[in-house]
Design a protein around this ligand. Structure first.
Ligand SMILES: O=c1ccn([C@H]2C[C@H](O)[C@@H](COP(=O)(O)OP(=O)(O)OP(=O)(O)O)O2)c(=O)[nH]1
Length: 160
């Protein structure tokens, strides 16, 4: 069973009322990275290729700060601290307005026990402007059995 947005919101911070949806919580864009060097996925480990944060553009004095993203693939970091409670699994979906603008957010599984400010693959199929802090995704929680909790290398990532 999927949990209510109000339940999810208790595990996402910070959140404002307008981020809380009936079945999930909207996530906002913090930083966009561009990968510079190849990474590696091995049989016994992995390495994330070097990356650089994209510059924020002052597009016609637009506030807040806005990213202008040419067609390409980027890694987007969410602003919110996400905690997946025991007995649950998380899924992130793109905001449909991204899709309708020829962009897509690809995501993986969010494991029970994970805490951090995670990332997603932002595919830009047509140039787009996205303001920092804009809502780009929605996270939902489903109840799920598990034996262990997440204890991998991304545990606690990007928390200050
Ligand atoms: O789209 C996603 C999906 C998951 N995560 C977070 C939550 C998840 O619990 C963690 C690790 O994901 P996964 O287990 O798929 O990563 P891995 O490559 O297998 O790394 P590890 O070996 O550390 O588990 O990354 C994201 O940031 N973005």
């Amino acid at each position: 069973m999927f949990r209510s947005g109000a339940f999810v919101a208790d595990h996402i911070s910070p959140t404002t009322d307008d981020q809380v949806q009936p079945n999930g919580v909207d996530l906002t864009l913090d930083v966009v990275f561009e990968q510079l060097e190849p990474g590696r996925i091995g049989r016994d480990g992995k390495q994330i290729g070097d990356r650089v944060a994209r510059p924020l553009e002052e597009l016609e004095q637009k506030a807040p700060d806005t990213y202008y993203l040419p067609q390409g693939a980027y890694v987007a970091r969410y602003s919110e601290r996400i905690e997946i409670p025991d007995g649950h699994i998380g899924f992130v979906y793109p905001r449909s307005s991204l899709m309708r603008n020829s962009c897509m957010l690809n995501t993986a599984v969010w494991d029970a026990g994970y805490e951090g400010r995670g990332e997603g693959l932002l595919q830009v199929h047509h140039d787009v402007e996205i303001a920092r802090g804009a809502r780009i995704a929605q996270i939902v929680f489903a109840e799920a059995d598990h034996e262990d909790v997440y204890d991998g290398s991304y545990q606690g990532e990007n928390l200050d």
